[in-house]
Design a protein around this ligand. Structure first.
Ligand SMILES: NC(=O)c1ccc[n+]([C@@H]2O[C@H](COP(=O)([O-])OP(=O)(O)OC[C@H]3O[C@@H](n4cnc5c(N)ncnc54)[C@H](O)[C@@H]3O)[C@@H](O)[C@H]2O)c1
Length: 338
């Protein structure tokens, strides 16, 4: 297999660092672009980077994707592929401040596309989100399902997707957007529900569930997400398209808590609080398109994935400091599903 020079934006974060680590181990030359945004612990991001930089030919550039001139310097004609994972993630923070997600996710993506077009890269692979669907008309969500986001974050990811499509259709830059459905696994963002619940349940602290816990989510294990991304390097059939990357199953939040309780032996009390603005009611991915085009098949059901995650959290999560995180969302002890 060929080896490529690949820029990975957001490579100090959760998903970007896994893609970077995996591709570096396969012998590709990796350039991580990340501004180490303090949305959550910068220390965790530096530890992610340490892991990636030790895994092969990988370098780190501290830069902001909203700076077009800087992106054009970094994405030069030697770069062959760009994985664009940098974003202001998080539904709830976008409800409190819609401007930052717009700047980073819309303008930032436009900058990455323009720099990539000028440098004649082979393809930009864009991290999108199930949040673009928003209001549920039917389940599972196939890629044709109407997109009516219910949060500023969802709007920003949808705008970024459209820019990717238009850069393909108008300028001929190959792009693919992957709509990730709530991703979990080792090194996951500490503001996401599975991370918060696991951390608190291992400490037997109370956990807060927003709504009645009957809402459902399709959770995707990080290894399935990395595999989907890797498959895009070696084919052109997804150029200009969006694909769902989900687990293909959904679970009620109450059942998720039950599973975590049996894995952790926790006695944590569950506190139900009001439903949060911006949260989607239910998600479930139809992954048939990805299966047909790139052979995408999620290999981790929720039980297998949670088991692996909790084992990691108890040992390596402890060493890396994931168990010591404080809540990062604006109002404390909130969970975010996106
Ligand atoms: N984790 C999920 O469940 C999930 C679900 C759907 C979509 N996504 C998308 O996947 C991508 C990765 O998400 P993640 O969970 O790994 O998030 P993350 O926050 O762990 O990673 C994002 C990285 O981007 C960096 N970043 C933020 N602003 C930047 C800027 N202006 N310039 C350069 N770097 C910047 C951050 O420092 C961080 O390291 C994002 O695009 C996110 O919207 C994630």
């Amino acid at each position: 297999m060929s080896s490529y020079k690949i820029v990975i934006t957001g490579g100090a974060g959760f998903i970007g660092s896994h893609i970077a680590e995996n591709l570096a181990k396969e012998g590709h030359e990796i350039v991580i672009v990340d501004n180490l945004d303090p949305y959550y612990s910068v220390d965790l991001k530096k530890k992610n980077l340490d892991i990636v930089l030790k895994s092969g030919d990988a370098t780190f550039i501290n830069a902001d994707i909203t700076d077009l001139a800087r992106m054009k310097e970094i994405i030069d004609s030697t770069v062959e592929y760009v994985y664009h994972e940098a974003a202001q993630a998080g539904v709830r923070i976008s409800v409190e401040d819609p401007f930052k997600p717009n700047d980073v996710n819309v303008l930032g993506t436009l900058n990455i596309l323009k720099a990539s077009l000028d440098a004649d890269v082979k393809k930009v692979i864009n991290a999108s989100s199930s949040s673009v669907y928003g209001k549920v008309k039917y389940l599972p969500f196939d890629e044709q399902h109407p997109t009516e986001p219910v949060s500023p974050y969802g709007v920003s990811k949808l705008a970024a997707e459209h820019y990717c499509r238009v850069f393909y259709e108008v300028y001929g830059l190959p792009t693919t957007s992957l709509r990730y459905f709530t991703v979990y696994g080792p090194r996951m963002r500490p503001d996401l529900a599975i991370s918060i619940f696991t951390r608190k349940m291992l400490a037997n602290e109370p956990i807060t569930v927003f709504g009645d816990g009957e809402q459902t989510r399709d959770f995707t294990y990080i290894e399935d997400v990395v595999e989907a991304n890797k498959r895009l390097l070696y084919n052109k059939v997804t150029d200009g398209k969006v694909l769902n990357i989900g687990g293909g199953n959904r679970i009620r939040v109450n059942d998720l808590i039950g599973n975590l309780r049996s894995l952790t032996g926790s006695t944590s009390e569950v506190i139900n609080a009001g439903k949060q603005k911006g949260d989607t009611e239910d998600t479930l991915a139809d992954v048939d398109l990805g299966n047909g085009l790139i052979g995408y098949e999620p290999l981790f059901n929720i039980n297998k994935g949670l088991n692996k995650f909790v084992e990691w959290f108890k040992i390596e999560g402890d060493i890396l400091g994931f168990n010591k995180q404080v809540d990062v969302t604006p109002s404390s002890s909130q969970k975010s599903m996106a």
